[in-house]
Every structure is written in C-alpha cells, then in structure tokens.
Design a protein around this ligand. Structure first.
Ligand code: HEM
Ligand code: HEM
Length: 342
C-alpha cells in the first residue's frame, strides 16, 4: 500500500511538473484578459462616456429605419454577435460577412476581418453609414441626437469644454469607450495562465499543448488568441468555395496588392464557443469542423479525431465572464427627431 501511495504521489508529481512546463510555454505565447478596463488611445474612458456609449450602442435611431442598433448584430446576450451566417441589416439585406464579436475587440490590433479600421472609434462610423447595415448619415445622426435633450446634456458632460459636443466623431468615441468595458476576464484559460494549473482537465491541457505544438498559436497568440496578424485563408491549401467564397478577397480590397488576395485577420478566439457560425463567410457551424479546416488549410495537416476533440475542448476554456450590462432607458423622441425612413 505504501508503494502504491508513493507511486500515485510520483505520478501526480510528474503530471504537475508537466502542467508547469505547459504553463511556462503558454505564458510565452498568450496573455490573460486584464480584470480592469484597458486604456484607449486618444480617448479617455470616463464613466460619462461609457454610459453614453452604452445608450448609443442600444439606440436603433442611429439607423435610418429606427429599427437597427449595434446590438442587433452584436447582441450582448449572445456572445456579442448575431449567430447568423452573414448579418442582416437595413431592409432585410444580407451583408457579405459574418459579424465578429464586440467582446474584447478593444484588444485587436485592428478591426474587421480585413483590418480596414484602425481602432474602435474609426470602426463605429462604418456600420452607421453602411447601406446594408444601418443606412444612415452623419448629418442624420447628429440631427437625431441634437433633438433629444437628454443626449445633448450627456454629450456635454462626456466631452466637457467642447464647443459643439454633439457630433458624429464623439458618437464614435463614446461607443468606443463603452466597448472598452466589454471584456470577458477570468475564463478558465485565464485562471490557468495566472498559475492555477488544476483548473484545466487533462484533455484541455492536451488541447492547449497541441494548439501550441502544431502551430495554431503562431497565428492565434496574444491576449485574444488572434486579432493581430493577417494570413492567407489557405496558406497551405485553399478551402473550397463552399467555405471560402471567391467574391470576398479580404485584405486585397484594402491594400490592392495581389499577394494579399484571400488574406484575412486570424480570428480572435476568445469566447469562440459562443460565436458560431465560423469564418468570415459564416459557413461552418461546428467548432470541431472549423478546427479540422484550419488543420488542412493553415497547417497542411489532417488532424486526428482525438486531436481535433482535444483542441476544441481547449478552445472552450476561452469563454470568460460575460459583461453585466444594465439595459439603458433611451430618451423619448421629440417633435424635431427625424422620423424613421424605409
Ligand atoms: C464588425 C461594432 C453595427 C455587422 C464590427 C466590429 C466592431 C463592430 C467592433 C469589428 C470586430 C472585429 O473586427 O473583431 C459595431 C458597432 C455598431 C455595429 C459599434 C453600431 C454603431 C453593426 C450592425 C451590423 C453589424 C447593425 C449588422 C447589420 C458587422 C459585421 C462586421 C462587423 C458583418 C464584420 C464586417 C467586416 O469584417 O467587413 N462591428 N457594429 N455591425 N459588424 Fe458591427
Ligand atoms: C480563423 C482555429 C491555425 C489563421 C480561425 C477560426 C478558428 C481557428 C476556430 C475561426 C474564427 C472565427 O470564425 O471567429 C485555429 C486552430 C488552428 C489554427 C485550432 C490550428 C489547428 C491557424 C494558423 C493560421 C491561422 C496556423 C495562420 C497561418 C487564421 C485565419 C482565420 C482563422 C486567417 C480567418 C479565416 C477567415 O475566416 O477568413 N482559426 N486556427 N489559423 N485562422 Fe486559425
């Protein structure tokens, strides 16, 4: 019995030595989500801005129909996206791409699948004006906001000392400040990174090891396990048109360089179990299938079933604490508020 005990203790010791080695390797590649709201470039995140930004995020009057808000496609109760293949916007039009989550977007090096927006304040001006999304104009948004005394007061407080605080740029800045609060700390993976190796099961640790050893982490590293660099979708083998439709050439549209055809941002993988369907095309609903596709397209390797299962189990440890958001009460329209337009 003593020998058995000694053996068990020895095995446990070996297992924890392995876990510690895994932890050290992981610390070189990834960073935990901070528990405090990160600072944002050129935009101090104040309480007044965050509250205003939250109201704007939920306010459908930023769209010309009066029906579509940021939250329509980035539903904060559903992982920060719409769980549709590609988004549906103004006039029930189907957009060209899958909506990424807004959660932890503040940690991405640039925004959109092709990185065409430098940061969240640049990004927020896009959907409001996009014909297939909210189909509005800066002038219409400014007229709407200026017609609502509660907003006028809040813009004044959020942007003190400015001559004309109610404007389109400040709308974007307030939304960016709110989005900086949409972080999801304390996932089991974060707890692991902070030193609690027991929090991941053996299978999840195997998945993490495979994720690093096979080379996934070289494109999906950092705080968001992605969202940093651009790579051909199909570095080794281009997926078929059912998954990679020919029409969307990714970064080619941004840089006009031929070797950037079908280059996309490595998707950030935080909360990935909440944000199916996958890829910019939204063509894949099953996370295991997405992992298998990455194996062949990016690594040139047909991953074994047990490897796919372990990696997927690891990816599910990336689900963090979802932000607690109190639904804002929005100012009621006045006689001068622009009316909804079809
Ligand atoms: C992308 C925020 C409205 C659909 C994004 C991203 C952010 C964001 C931060 C980039 C995330 C990333 O790259 O990881 C917002 C805000 C909105 C808004 C603040 C309101 C002002 C909408 C609406 C729709 C929508 C109404 C659907 C009709 C999408 C899609 C993308 C996207 C499809 C990906 C587009 C691409 O990569 O080309 N949004 N969004 N968004 N959003 Fe929104
Ligand atoms: C997208 C996982 C290896 C670059 C994705 C997505 C997952 C994933 C789940 C979908 C994200 C989403 O839809 O939100 C993995 C795993 C890998 C791996 C498990 C290892 C087996 C790589 C490598 C690269 C890479 C090595 C770079 C050479 C990309 C790119 C996308 C992506 C560019 C976006 C594709 C698109 O939709 O256009 N990855 N990945 N991945 N990954 Fe990987």
């Amino acid at each position: 019995a003593t020998t058995l005990l000694a053996c068990t203790a020895l095995l446990a010791g070996m297992a924890s030595a392995q876990s510690n080695e895994l932890l050290n390797d992981a610390k070189d590649m990834f960073k935990p989500i901070p528990s405090v709201v990160p600072a944002v470039k050129d935009n101090a995140v104040t309480g007044e801005k965050v509250e205003l930004g939250k109201m704007l995020f939920f306010d459908p009057r930023l769209s010309s129909s009066g029906l579509i808000s940021c939250n329509t496609c980035h539903n904060l109760g559903m992982g920060g996206d719409d769980n549709l293949e590609t988004s549906i916007g103004h006039g029930w039009q189907k957009g060209p791409r899958n909506a990424p989550t807004v959660f932890n977007a503040v940690f991405n090096a640039a925004q959109f699948w092709d990185g065409r927006a430098e940061d969240l304040k640049a990004q927020a001006k896009g959907p409001v004006q996009a014909g297939v999304e909210m189909a509005s104009t800066p002038a219409r948004v400014e007229a709407t906001l200026a017609s609502l005394p509660d907003y006028v007061e809040r813009f004044g407080k959020a942007f003190p000392g400015e001559e004309k605080p109610v404007n389109f740029d400040n709308m974007a800045k307030a939304i960016e400040a709110f989005e900086a609060t949409l972080i999801t700390p304390a996932s089991r993976f974060d707890q692991f990174l902070e030193g609690n190796t027991k929090v991941l099961t053996t299978m999840e640790q195997e998945g993490l090891k495979l994720f690093m050893d096979k080379g996934c982490a070289s494109c999906h590293g950092g705080v968001n396990l992605g969202g940093e660099g651009y790579y051909a979708f199909g570095v080794v083998e281009k997926p078929g048109a059912d998954i990679l439709p020919a029409g969307d050439k990714g970064r080619f549209a941004v840089t006009q360089t031929a070797d950037e055809e079908y280059v996309f941002r490595a998707g950030p993988l935080r909360n990935i179990e909440l944000t199916a369907p996958y890829f910019h095309s939204g063509k894949v609903w099953d996370l295991e299938q997405a992992v298998a596709i990455m194996g062949t397209s990016q690594l040139g390797e047909k991953l074994a079933d047990n490897e796919i299962k372990a990696i997927t189990a690891f990816l599910k440890t990336l689900t963090g604490e979802q932000p607690k958001v109190i639904y804002p009460i929005l100012p009621v329209e006045t006689a001068t508020t622009p009316k909804p337009e079809a």
